[in-house]
Design a binder for this molecule. Sequence first.
Ligand code: ZN
Length: 69
Amino acid sequence: MKANNNEADIPWICDKCNEKLKLRKTRIAYLGAEFQVELLKCPKCGMVFIDEELAKGKILEVEKSLEDK
Ligand SMILES: [Zn+2]
């Protein structure tokens, strides 16, 4: 996995397939609950790249919205 200089356009490439990773809604399990977040995924091999900071940010958003209810 390597970062591309043109970050806005093609941020990540799958090392294995040389395919652009795409944002896909992906289910992740966290603290016994399931969340659907947008994560970078290789369309070819299905490898999910989890940007930890991004994932945590999304989860925090979800947790906040859950608490508000
Ligand atoms: Zn791949």
